[in-house]
Design a protein around this ligand. Structure first.
Ligand code: FES
Ligand SMILES: [Fe+2]
Length: 397
């Protein structure tokens, strides 16, 4: 799976973590590798192996100056491409530096997120152009939060439509909600970008409420906006990236987006559940600040979340960092999860056999995913749900 992940561009850090040229470098752990991110004097982001090629001192403590990061032990200096620019403790004329190349991953900054490709350069894909490619800085609000479990446990929650009626029921008085939503009909379809999960709920006897959720390879999703009937470009929507730090921890990036610009106050609210180190205020160490009184009287969980991801965090972290799948008992409500696991296993086999897994885009002409959405719509009862896809192209939903 790690090899599969290295076929795609994935988020490495938020642009705000290295806000200006020559600012302090930061630690980045990604796919089990310890790296250092820095922004050079020209504003370019770089991602280097943490340990100096000379004798291993951490470049986290390095001097970020004059278009390179310099190790504080003997002054070796690296550029964003991993070239060794200077080895000042070596005799003049020594060319040891020209024989060396330090580990460096190419970075690309879009929508306030710094992406990287950690695979072989000759296999580097084109970055698909999703909706947020075309949005201005005012229209996006990217945040991230740390999750103490495997990435797959996290993202499976995005494809588990039935849990929303329970875990995210913040109003026990609304008993109708459980009756209506508790057991939706589920479908899953493979697509060019990965998988489409579909949930279909009855609304009274006359109507169906249909929502689709894309799983975008290797581990991205778009969750639907609020349960209104129509897609509204002014709803805040979240493009989500579940990025493995290692096998046991994950960064969840939520790229909030909408047409209307975000005000400063809104930006603060959107990240009010996360501290300055991107750790969640509600976490396993404090039992997610669960309130048993609230659980009895007002909400299903007793976790009064500012963001549903806080309740999801409790559900998925408490399975253990790597859930033992052999002890699960899957049912109908796990239909889309089963489809998702099969699709990922098939993609891993493709990589093992030397092939190209889904959604590795080589041709810029085929990189347009700007209309990819989570779709929601209300249909008359008895209608084929595919009707919600009418008029859409293969990359649209
Ligand atoms: S260990 Fe980095 S320069 Fe010597
Ligand atoms: Fe959830």
């Amino acid at each position: 799976m790690g090899e599969l992940m290295r076929r795609y561009w994935i988020p490495a850090l938020l642009a705000e973590e290295i806000p200006e040229p020559d600012c302090p470098p930061v630690r980045v752990r990604l796919l089990g590798e310890d790296l250092i991110a820095f922004r050079d004097s020209q504003g370019r982001a770089g991602l280097l192996g943490e340990h100096c090629a000379h004798r291993g001192t951490s470049l986290f403590y390095g001097r970020n100056e004059a278009c390179g990061l310099r190790c504080i032990y003997h002054g070796w200096k690296y550029d964003v491409d991993g070239n060794v620019l200077e080895t000042p403790a070596e005799p003049a004329g020594s060319d040891s530096k020209s024989k060396l190349r330090h580990l460096a991953y190419l970075c690309s900054e879009v929508a306030g997120v710094i992406f990287t490709h950690m695979g072989a350069p000759e296999k580097r894909p084109v970055m698909p152009r999703y909706e947020w490619f075309g949005l201005a800085a005012e229209q996006v609000c990217p945040i991230k939060s740390y999750l103490e479990c495997n990435y797959l446990q996290g993202i499976e929650g995005d494809f588990d439509s039935s849990h929303t009626s329970f875990l995210h029921n913040n109003n026990l008085a609304n008993a109708e909600r459980l009756k209506r939503d508790g057991a939706p009909i589920l479908e899953a379809e493979e697509t060019a970008y990965g998988l489409r999960a579909i949930s279909i709920r009855k609304v009274g006897a006359e109507r169906l409420y249909v929502r689709t959720t894309p799983y975008i390879m290797p581990s991205f999703s778009i969750v639907p906006g609020p349960p209104t009937e129509k897609f509204d470009e002014d709803d805040i929507r979240g493009f989500r990236f579940w990025v493995p730090v290692d096998d046991r921890t994950t960064w969840l990036y939520i790229l909030n987006m909408r047409k209307k610009p975000f005000a400063d106050e809104e930006r603060k609210t959107l990240r009010a559940w996360i501290d300055s180190d991107y750790r969640r205020l509600r976490n396993a160490a404090n039992n997610y600040l669960q309130d048993r009184g609230q659980q009895k009287h007002s909400s299903y969980t007793g976790i009064a979340a500012m963001n549903p991801a806080e309740q999801d965090g409790c559900a998925t972290e408490s399975m253990g960092a790597i859930c033992d799948r052999t002890r699960e008992h899957l049912g109908y409500s796990d239909k889309t999860i089963t489809a998702l696991r099969k699709m990922l296993l098939a993609a891993v086999r493709v990589v093992q056999d030397g092939g190209k897994p889904p959604h590795v885009v080589r041709d810029p002409q085929e990189a347009d995913f700007s209309r990819l959405r989570s779709v929601k719509s209300v249909l008359p009862a008895g209608t084929d749900w595919h009707k919600v896809m009418e008029g859409m192209g293969p990359n649209d939903a």
